[in-house]
Design a protein. Structure first.
Length: 596
């Protein structure tokens, strides 16, 4: 089971802080899935980075009277801090503003052009006379001509999710000064999606049996309802990747085109920084490799239609341009397990109104594993979900503290007290003991089945169900009472419970890595379950760059049941989780909507 697994994670725009909706939408599920696959012994490569060229960055820079570079660098630093604190194990989290990404993106453009899947055409684009420039699509808002949403961008409607034709936008207005833009002619390159449609449809139809319904609705359903047409992939911009052609100065590659290329460029960059420049091919040319793309539902068309179209369109030409022999085709996405949205206390999350739970702010008051837990049990896999502070308190106290944390702490504490800090000798196990151990061991298959299908809520629910069964076993065997009259029976129950807890530690570790590592130590192990994270800084022709790296070498955890033996030394435990006071609910709700 060493097949390569690419975990490709949505690239956050470097113009705003990350909130819980972003985390549960893409970033956390990717990490859970990557950790599980590493425990399975697979070759995992988890990559992403800051999307530094999107017009949201230039919009913010204009509003702050700053530069796009300064805005990107500020938010990129915040992402790196949050991901370390939350334990997101990117093999490489980089950015699109690197010399490597520029080079890979430009070669992808040239490969598509050489293969006949790009064409140039003159088009009408929104122009702001008051500013004397063409406006990128995110600078123009108006009413969606499909669903009637009043604040649609001119390239995509965030409400209905459809890609839009900018010139069809109703009542357009400039986001900068509110002025009414006018349409003027300009020339751009287009990706000829109509030529690629048959192969894209074939790609999607082969995945109907296991892709999520919401992803199929927004991809295959969209194509069946309205055939694909060419989409522009260049823009009149001065912040981004220059079009690699003579006489095309002042134009850059459109961010929606080049940002998805980041999955490939980050993989190539990872190979370079690890000293093996050809390593990326294991995930991009190996037919046995599986690529999973973790995104929110607003990004489905770009990852289920456009990115596969780009990969199909380049064929072997990209390898030819980089001098690879023999040239090979790219691995297409195996799955795009896009999540729906998370709301907050019954309302849509809004950064502008500060109606959000911000990741870094949360971690100033609470530990990371309770956040990871709540975002998973409440993950919007099939429909929108809602963050509720009262529900967060209940799940923390009733599930993390009472069901799991107390189970581990009281059994370990009891073993330390009565068996001198060692796993007791159980003698001959009873049928009830063997039933429990069999149930726990079966969890590696039942939880794993949910993990393989990227049903992370179901996987966590199954692991917690098993924890509840261990609690029920202890209620029935009552070693706390038996130790006074039948220490052998108590030893048998404690041995069985310790074996079960040791296995549950593995089952829960992709979700709760920090407390699982603590428990791993309490159980007497010296080698960590997972590897380590760190920052690396390097310089290229674009400047200095800081990236987040995961070093898996020290991780020894495996997806297998406990092998604890009698006599194994234990360490003195400490509580894994903190019980929260009910007052935090009102305190946190009072923060919502307040000025930062």
């Amino acid at each position: 089971m060493t097949e390569p697994v690419l975990v490709a994670v949505a690239w956050p725009y470097a113009n705003a802080d990350i909130h819980v909706g972003n985390l549960t939408g893409a970033y956390l599920p990717a990490d859970i899935f990557a950790r599980y696959n590493r425990l399975m012994g697979r070759q995992v490569l988890m990559v992403s980075g800051s999307d530094s060229h999107g017009t949201p960055i230039t919009v913010r820079a204009d509003a702050e009277n700053s530069t796009a570079l300064a805005v990107y660098e500020r938010f990129h630093a915040g992402f790196l801090e949050l991901y370390q604190k939350l334990g997101l194990t990117y093999d490489l989290f980089t950015s699109t503003h690197t010399e490597n990404h520029f080079d890979v993106s430009q070669k992808m453009f040239l490969a598509l052009k050489d293969n006949g899947f790009l064409y140039s055409a003159r088009e009408m684009q929104w122009y702001a006379p008051s500013q004397g420039r063409f406006l990128p699509d995110r600078y123009v808002e108006g009413t969606c001509y499909i669903c009637g949403y009043n604040n649609a961008r001119s390239d995509q409607c965030d409400k209905c999710g459809n890609l839009l034709e900018p010139d069809k936008l109703i009542d357009p207005r400039s986001k900068i000064d509110g002025s009414v833009p006018e349409l003027r002619e300009t020339e751009h390159y287009y990706l000829d999606l109509s030529k690629l449609q048959p192969e894209v449809v074939d790609f999607l139809e082969k995945r109907q049996s296991y892709w999520r319904p919401n992803v199929l609705r927004q991809s295959l359903g969209q194509i069946q309802a309205d055939s694909l047409r060419g989409r522009p992939i260049t823009r009149d911009l001065d912040w981004g990747i220059p079009v690699p052609l003579e006489d095309w100065g002042g134009k850059c590659l459109y961010v929606w085109f080049e940002a998805v290329i980041g999955y490939l460029s980050a993989s190539i960059e990872w190979g370079k920084v690890t000293g093996d420049p050809e390593a990326w091919r294991q995930w991009w040319h190996n037919p046995a490799a599986r690529a999973y793309y973790f995104i929110g539902k607003d990004n489905i068309p770009f990852h289920a239609i456009i990115w596969p179209a780009e990969l199909i369109g380049v064929g072997t030409r990209f390898d030819e341009l980089i001098g690879s022999q023999p040239p090979e085709k790219m691995v297409l996405p195996h799955d795009v397990p896009a999540n729906e949205f998370m709301n907050l206390e019954g309302q849509k999350i809004s950064g502008s109104r500060n109606w959000a739970v911000w990741g870094l702010d949360f971690l100033t008051r609470y530990d990371p594993d309770p956040l990871r837990y709540y975002l998973t049990v409440n993950m919007p896999e099939a429909r929108d979900s809602d963050w509720d502070w009262g529900d967060f308190l209940r799940r923390n106290n009733d599930e993390l503290v009472a069901t799991w944390g107390n189970l581990a702490n009281r059994v370990l504490g009891f073993a330390n007290k009565h068996w001198e800090g060692r796993v007791p000798d159980p003698g001959e196990l009873t049928e009830r003991d063997l039933e429990l151990l069999a149930l726990v061991e079966a969890g590696f298959e039942s939880v794993g089945k949910e993990m393989e299908a990227v049903r992370l809520r179901g996987a966590l629910a199954e692991a917690m169900r098993i924890a509840s069964e261990v609690n029920r076993y202890l209620d029935q065997t009552a070693p706390w009472t038996a130790v006074k009259t039948d220490k052998a029976a108590a030893a048998r129950a404690v041995y069985t419970a310790l074996r079960a807890i040791d296995s549950l530690k593995i089952l829960l570790s992709p979700f709760l890595p920090f407390t699982s590592e603590k428990l791993h130590t309490f159980l007497g192990y010296d080698q960590p379950l997972f590897g380590e994270q760190g920052l690396e800084t390097y310089t290229d022709n674009l400047g200095a760059h800081t990236a987040l790296r995961y070093y898996p070498e020290k991780g020894t955890g495996r997806w297998q049941p406990s092998q604890l033996q009698a006599g194994h030394p234990l360490r003195q435990p400490a509580p894994l989780f903190k019980k929260l006071e009910p007052t935090v609910v009102d305190e946190e709700r009072a923060r919502l909507g307040q000025s930062a």
